[in-house]
Structure formats: C-alpha cells, structure tokens
Ligand binder design. Structure first.
Ligand code: UDP
Length: 367
C-alpha cells in the first residue's frame, strides 16, 4: 500500500476543495505546488495592510446556493458588488452594458429608446446570425458600444481581432435594460474578508502541503507516493506537449504602492481603447472598502503565453478546442489520474464552477 491515497498537484481552488473533501472522508492526501505559496491564482497577500490579488482580481459570484454555503464555511464574505467602469480616452461609461451606459452613449432615457437605438445599429450592420465575437457584440449592443467599449479591450485582452474569437466570450457580460450596474447576474457575490489565501488555508487545514515541488520534474518518484493523482496543471505540459502546445493568454501585472488614499475611486477600471497598453487597473483596497492611508494599484497587461510564463486564460478558439479534444482523449486513458481545474481541463472557469466541478469529481471518487 502506498503512503497516500491522493497526490494532489496544485494547491489552487480545485486542488484545495478536492483535498478538503477527500481528507474529510478519511483519505490520506498530499498536496504539492511548484509555487512557494498555496491558493494558486486566487492568492492574495497583504501589502500596506491591503489584500493584493497578486494574479489578478477575483470576485466571487455564484447562482448556486450550495456553492455559496460551501465557501462560507471557510470565510466570511463582504458585500462587494463588482461594477467596473470603462475609460475610453477619458470618457467614463458604466459596465456591464446597462441603461447608465446607453444614457451616456446616446442620451437615451428609457429602455424602449435604448432598444430602438441598438436595433437600428444592428440593422445597419446587417447581422442576422452572429458568427463571431464582433457580430455577437454588435447584435447585442450596437456598433457604438462595440467600437468604444469592446473592440479595443477585446483585441488587447486576447491578442486577436474580434472576428476571430468565439461569441460566447462576450456573452459572459450581461446586457441590461435597467439602471443596474452589477457586473454579474449572480444571486450571491462578495470577497472573503481577510483575502482568499486565508480561505484556502482553512480548506487545507490539517492536510500535508509541500511547496516548491515541481511535479513534472520529478513525476515518477512523486507518483510512487500515492494511489491516485489529481493533476491541476496544464494538460499539454503533462503530456510533454507531444501533440503540440495549447495556446494561453498570459497576464503581466505592474503593481505600485501609491502615497494617496484613493487613486481611481473604484476597484476596477477598464481601459477600452486600443492605444492604452494595459487592459485595466485594479485598485485592490476597494474590494474590501479599505481605509488605509496608502493604496496599491495593478496595471494589467495581456500577452500571448510562452514557455516559462504563467498561463491564465485558455484561448477557446476552434484550433485550440480541437487540440484540447485530442489531449482529453489521451487524458482519459491515464489510469488513476484525474485532470481538473482551469489548466487541467483547458476551460475558462469561474471560481464557483471550479468548486462545483471539484465537488462532483470528489463525490464520484468517494462513491
Ligand atoms: N469585455 C469588453 N470590454 C470590457 C470588459 C469585457 O469587451 O470593458 C469583453 C472582453 O472580450 C472580455 C470579455 O468581455 O474578454 C469577458 O470579460 P470578463 O470581465 O468576464 O473577463 P475576465 O474578468 O474573466 O478577465
């Protein structure tokens, strides 16, 4: 018999939820991570008393009551509601696309006026069945909003024109004919008081965690420790990129401490023009209504991933979808290995969906 029932590769949200549930059921778990900290990309660290989201802003939101209750076991959540603003060459618009946005853009006041304006622009563009992100966007919100708030931002974010991107990406954003600036259509939303790292720490309480352990560099010896492996790293890296490399978008953050208590008045400001080199600026203290004398901001630069970078977003276009399907087939042939999470499943996962997926899999595993 091996020393552990499960070797969990990756101490991010998927790995932590799996480990927590398996350990609770009496399984012997070892969690490893190649970084020097737990919590994966939801890692937060205190700088000047402010919880900084080191790998990008994470706002917890879900419609699933069970998932909401699940995370509330590990942290208390505040009432933060995401409502980013878009800065287009100094013009400020509310997001997601709602009556505030339409009013600022066109001077329209009623939902009927806004709908008529969008219909007119959709007709002028002649779109009946949207085939890509550009057509989908114009058909949802018209040409003006597409040009000012979507085209430049999306081009920077994905490094591809909107005509080459799948329409589902833009469908992540609500379009509302009410004056409601809540970015998410979610019943439950908030940020864990004290940051995400503390929440993941709680999930991993009592479970052995080894940091700065590179699984793929020492795979055979690590595999020998456990009956089964839960792998949450990039699926293509697991197979030595033998079918080719999947594409990811990477993000670089320029983080600065500023000697002011309030830099931009909002946690998230998107720069939606094509010329500003970064996509957005995050002012971390506003996630927790911070009153510290200083502030910490991160400018977010999007780039194509290359080996050695951190992979963030899977590129869900046709080419990568087809390649992932092949890796998935390979993955299914790996006895005793579970592939999970954003990188293991090459999926643009929100946090609540990651938790749902990990809970489903652990339930199947434990019978
Ligand atoms: N998007 C946009 N303008 C914005 C914000 C978002 O065009 O100001 C588009 C863009 O294509 C982006 C997608 O909407 O990739 C999804 O945005 P979301 O905020 O969900 O991205 P995430 O927070 O996951 O980076």
């Amino acid at each position: 018999m091996k020393q552990y029932d499960y070797l969990i590769v990756g101490a991010g949200l998927y790995g932590a939820v799996f480990a927590h549930e398996a350990a609770k059921a009496g399984k012997r778990c070892l969690v490893i991570d190649k970084r020097d900290h737990i919590a994966g990309n939801i890692y937060t660290e205190a700088v000047e008393g402010i919880n900084v989201h080191r790998y990008g802003a994470h706002i917890f939101h879900t419609n699933n009551k069970a998932v909401w209750q699940y995370v509330n076991q590990f942290a208390e959540f505040n009432r933060y509601t995401n409502s980013p603003v878009a800065n287009y060459h100094g013009e400020i618009y509310n997001l997601p696309f709602n009556m505030n946005t339409f009013n600022k853009m066109w001077g329209v006041v009623t939902p009927a006026e806004a709908k008529a304006k969008i219909q007119q622009q959709r007709d002028e563009a002649g779109i009946t069945e949207p085939k890509n992100l550009e057509e989908q966007a114009i058909s949802l919100v018209g040409t003006d909003i597409y040009e000012k708030l979507i085209k430049g931002y999306t081009g920077k974010q994905w490094g591809r024109p909107c005509t080459e991107l799948p329409s589902f990406i833009i469908k992540r954003l609500p379009v509302r004919f009410t004056y409601d600036d809540n970015y998410f259509n979610a019943l439950y939303q908030g940020i864990p008081n004290g940051g995400y790292t503390a929440m993941v720490e709680k999930m991993l309480e009592g479970i052995e965690v080894r940091l700065e352990v590179d699984y793929l560099a020492d795979k055979a010896a690590l595999d020998a420790l456990a009956e089964k492996v839960v792998y949450t790293g990039p699926v293509d890296a697991y197979f030595g990129y033998r079918l080719g490399a999947l594409q990811y978008r990477s993000v670089r953050f320029e983080t600065e401490v500023l000697d002011t208590d309030n830099y931009q008045g909002n946690a998230v400001v998107n720069y939606t023009d094509a010329e500003t080199p970064y996509t957005r600026i995050i002012e971390h203290k506003h996630f927790e209504f911070g009153t510290q004398p200083k502030t910490v901001i991160s400018r977010e630069y999007s780039a194509e991933w290359k080996k050695g970078d951190e992979p963030y977003y899977p590129v869900n276009d046709e080419k990568n979808g087809a390649l992932y399907a092949k890796y998935k087939k390979l993955a299914n042939t790996q006895e005793g290995v579970i592939f999970g999470g954003r990188l293991g499943e090459y999926k643009y996962y929100d946090m609540d969906k990651v938790i749902e997926a990990a809970l489903d899999v652990v339930k199947k595993e434990l019978g």
